[in-house]
Design a protein around this ligand. Structure first.
Ligand SMILES: [Fe+2]
Length: 236
């Protein structure tokens, strides 16, 4: 399997998984700003994009899933109850997407949003904004459809997963080294909390420090309606 984080700039992380034998590929959480780069990577590697998967309805960037579906004919996959339009493949709990011979298992983990999923490959766990690396903790739960208590309950979903899986998150400061689930079990504060009250207090403190999401007013409608705005303020 070939595994790669594609975005060269910014904090949003996009992952490409390629089954080396069949050259089938999946892209997880692609960002519209980097569409051209993704298309040239797909072409230069000679891979066939089977799935573009959004781990959840993103509020901080415009997804490239729908645009990739339009330009490559891949399936745009999201959790079955997502409000997003343009999705062509709806995911259910414990679904296994086959990318060539590479199985990608789906786990529903509502909290950051109610349509959030984890994608588990045999070696990597793609956590979107459900879980960040180490001190990063977890994504905020105060955005549309976010629920602090649901997120707390969803963290239990990790208990049954293999500690050797490498946790690949949706956001990290550039250059952050990916760590295993076991490492995160030791170093991630949200995986070391004993009560909902503790988690809820942590969320409150973290979200107060984050403030508003700068791109939300363009990104959220674009993602819900699968429509790229005529003008994208940060791309001019
Ligand atoms: Fe998010």
């Amino acid at each position: 399997m070939h595994f790669e984080q594609l975005n060269k700039t910014g904090w949003a992380q996009t992952y490409l998984l390629v089954d080396s034998t069949s050259k089938s590929a999946a892209i997880i959480d692609p960002v519209y700003d980097f569409m051209d780069e993704y298309l040239s990577v797909i072409e230069s590697k000679g891979v066939v994009l089977k799935y573009a998967i959004a781990t959840h309805t993103h509020a901080d960037h415009i997804t490239a899933c729908y645009s990739l579906r339009e330009s490559t004919g891949c399936e745009y996959a999201m959790w079955k109850d997502t409000p997003c339009l343009g999705v062509s493949h709806y995911l259910n709990e414990e679904d296994v997407l086959m990318v060539g011979s590479l199985p990608l298992k789906v786990h529903h983990v509502p909290g950051h949003t109610n349509d959030h999923v984890l994608i588990e490959s045999p070696t990597h766990l793609l956590t979107g904004d459900f879980l960040f690396t180490g001190e990063g903790g977890a994504g905020r739960d105060d955005l549309p459809s976010g629920r602090v208590h649901a997120h707390w309950l969803s963290l239990k979903r990790l208990d049954s997963l293999d500690g050797n899986l490498l946790v690949c998150t949706g956001h990290e400061p550039p250059g952050t080294e990916m760590k295993s689930l076991d490492w995160n079990r030791e170093h991630n504060p949200v995986l070391n909390m004993n009560s909902f009250e503790e988690y809820s207090a942590w969320q409150e403190k973290v979200t107060a420090g984050l403030g508003s999401v700068s791109k939300i007013k363009s990104a959220l409608p674009a993602n819900l309606f699968a429509e790229i705005p005529e003008e994208i303020p940060w791309m001019n």
